[in-house]
Design a protein around this ligand. Structure first.
Ligand code: BGC
Length: 562
């Protein structure tokens, strides 16, 4: 693995749940042994970092985001030794590993909560959580899971008091005003970094503290605590990532980087709905606007950007007027919606159109930040809106067209979640094995994009300059890092488009080499440069001084046959 402590700036992250990736022991539930067996696949795909969804001991009422023991692995997924074997095997292949740190809340089955509800009022054990005699405090804090919860307070008959919870009522919030809680959390951070993980995703990090008269989100106390965590991590380890999950406007999330003394990464939530907006309206403007609203980061900071994840596609960063047309296009049926978001996977959202899926990936892989791919989206897996909560986007990975899609050898009734079965998205149609055999499959095309991205640090580290372009359906920009420049032109329309662009960097006399297939366009002259793009085509070009292969002829640059 690279010794560069800023490795995460060049990372291509792959998000997966151990439970649904691959079952190594035939009990119907994915596990670390199964995952370890699939590292070759992940390496072939070309990702460089794995983000594992929660796998600690838990009653699994929120898929593991309800932790019952922070230092033990859920026995369904294997033992601690299995985890360590997996980690070593991943590292041996140059793959980094980011795991979850869910500290805003615990499960109500965590021993801390069991003790707290029985401990005397005001005692340190009781004060591990946030209690109140009334449910009228902190009324300005929004209810996040508004489809299921009506209040952030729940009555506990054992304690004879209300406890605070920002998510499900079985997830009581820890009390960060209690120094014992802060010390306990530091110990958990060290436990996982001592084991050797490369980063921690800080789940729900915006909500750690409560203060009257505020939204109880993004409070200064939260930032102060994160600075203490970061200082401790930097004292003990080199190149470890703290990845903030704070779903808010870019200028608010910017604060999680501090002056380079808080988190190293943060998810860029608002970019994601804008990508879908651009794809729906065939206009570049929504993407340009949100990037232009994004403040610069400290030297060590990096955004994590994504198309889809394990949650609903959240539209909470948009106004009601902006949400309505997106819901109409992407979630026409009410059951596709959840908590102001959309509980569907990428392929069904984009109409199972392979060119559109490749375009979405090409945008994800070229905009500023480190891209996060959600398992199964690289083969265009479908979803199952009949399953409760967000389970419809969390079904088992489809490896083959054989028994249980190659996920498990257990009887189908024993699977942890049902496989996608329909004719369009079932494993007879969509699987890794089938797409690995087909050179024009979505998987093959995404793999080529990943390979090309890995050749250029400009994608991960470069500045972005949007190019003057005469066609609003074409997004054109340059990414530049040191002497590496990439020109990106993306046609968002479902019809072919011509566009004339003015480059930001001096390019006169340079040929444009396609960064994916190596084909060459004619040299740039003094006049603005013309591109003709097929429907939904995105191309990445690298300027080169001399053509390695014969440049294409003809006045206007044309797309080479791939
Ligand atoms: C996670 C969700 C989870 C919630 C509560 C979120 O940010 O991504 O899946 O339900 O935190 O832990």
């Amino acid at each position: 693995m690279s010794a560069d402590p800023l490795w995460y700036k060049d990372a291509i992250i792959y998000e997966l749940h151990v439970k649904t990736f691959c079952d190594g022991n035939g009990d119907g539930i994915g596990d670390f042994t199964g995952l370890t067996g699939k590292l070759d696949y992940l390496q072939r795909l070309g990702v460089t970092c794995l983000w594992l969804l929660p796998f600690c001991e838990s009653p699994l009422r929120d898929d593991g985001y309800d932790v019952a023991h922070y230092e033990r692995i859920h026995p369904d997924y294997g033992s601690c030794d299995d985890f360590v074997r997996f980690l070593e095997a991943a590292h041996a292949r140059g793959l980094r590993v980011i795991t979850e740190l869910v500290i805003n809340h615990t499960s109500d089955e965590h021993p801390w909560f069991k003790a707290a509800r029985r401990a005397p009022k005001g005692s340190p054990k009781r004060d591990f959580y946030v209690w109140s005699d009334t449910n009228q405090r902190y009324k300005d804090a929004r209810v996040i899971f508004g489809d299921v919860e009506t209040s952030n307070w729940a009555w506990d008959p054992v304690a004879g008091a209300y406890y605070w919870h920002r998510f499900f009522d079985h997830q009581p919030d820890l009390n960060f005003d209690n120094p014992r809680v802060r010390r306990a959390v530091m110990k958990i951070v060290r436990f996982w970094f001592d084991l050797g993980v490369d980063g921690l995703r800080l789940d729900a990090i915006a909500h750690l503290y409560e203060r009257e008269g505020t939204s109880c989100d993004n409070l200064p106390e939260t930032h102060q605590f994160l600075k203490e965590v970061r200082a401790d991590v930097d004292r003990r380890y080199l190149g470890r990532v703290l990845l903030a999950e704070a779903n808010d406007r870019p200028e608010v999330v910017r604060a999680y980087f501090g002056d380079g003394d808080e988190c190293t990464m943060a998810f860029h939530f608002p970019l994601m709905p804008r990508l879908f907006q651009s794809l729906a309206t065939e206009e570049a403007a929504p993407i340009v606007d949100i990037i232009n609203q994004t403040p610069p980061l400290p030297e060590s900071g990096q955004w994590a950007i994504f198309l889809r994840n394990h949650d609903e596609l959240t539209l909470s960063a948009l106004t009601k007027q902006e949400r309505r047309p997106l819901l109409a296009v992407y979630a026409p049926e009410p059951r596709m919606r959840l908590n102001h978001g959309i509980r569907r996977r990428l392929a069904p959202l984009l109409g199972n159109d392979v060119d559109r899926l490749v375009l979405a990936h090409a945008l994800l892989l070229s905009l500023p930040g480190s891209p996060v791919l959600y398992y199964g989206d690289e083969i265009g897996m479908g979803d199952n809106v009949a399953l409760a909560d967000r389970n419809g986007v969390r079904t088992p990975m489809q490896w083959t067209d054989g028994l249980n899609a190659g996920f498990s050898t257990a009887p189908p009734a024993d699977l942890v979640l049902p496989l996608i079965q329909d004719a369009t998205y079932g494993s007879a149609t969509i699987s890794v094995a089938a797409q690995e055999r087909e050179s024009t499959s979505l998987l093959a095309r995404v793999t080529s994009l990943l390979q090309a991205r890995r050749q250029h640090q400009a994608f991960g580290r470069g500045a972005i300059a949007f190019l003057r372009c005469d066609n609003p359906k074409v997004l054109a920009f340059e990414r530049t890092y040191r002497d590496d420049t990439i020109v990106v032109v993306a046609n968002l329309a479902r019809s072919s488009q011509a566009a004339v662009v003015e480059f930001a960097s001096p390019m006169n006399g340079f040929y444009l080499m396609d960064a994916v297939d190596g084909s060459m366009l004619p040299p740039v002259g003094a006049a603005p440069y013309g591109f003709t793009l097929a429907a939904q085509e995105c191309r990445w070009f690298h300027p080169v001084a001399s053509p390695a292969v014969e440049p294409l002829t003809g006045g206007e640059a044309v797309r080479s046959a791939r």
